[in-house]
Design a protein. Structure first.
Length: 115
């Protein structure tokens, strides 16, 4: 009844392992985090001081779980010092990026923490 094309679809679904699904979720979470950081910078003229600022200021509903560590607390914020502040701005470290806190390796051999 379904024929050959349905068999290919089923086979493709069976090949997708839970680890690959978690890796894809990590890629998507990193994309959302990074675009949200850029949106924050665009709106405010600077990056946030912490990942939690994205939640308290309404840019994210909550910090997502890192799909690899299954924890909200293991994300590694990448900080930079923005240099001399402009008028009315404090000189503090700001979050310019985010990475997974997982020490594990992806299927392609790269470290999740380097994505």
């Amino acid at each position: 009844m379904f024929g050959f094309p349905a068999l290919l679809v089923v086979q493709g679904c069976l090949d997708r392992s839970p680890m690959r699904a978690r890796e894809e979720a990590l890629r998507q979470d990193l994309l959302v985090f990074r675009s949200t950081l850029e949106q924050y910078r665009s709106d405010k003229g600077t990056y946030p001081g912490s990942l939690n600022d994205l939640v308290t200021e309404g840019y994210l509903r909550s910090i997502p779980f890192d799909p690899m560590t299954r924890s909200r607390d293991t994300w590694r914020a990448i900080y930079e010092y923005p240099g001399t502040p402009g008028p009315g701005r404090s000189s503090r470290f700001v979050v310019v990026g985010v990475r997974s806190g997982s020490p594990g390796r992806a299927g392609d051999g790269t470290l999740y923490g380097d994505w």
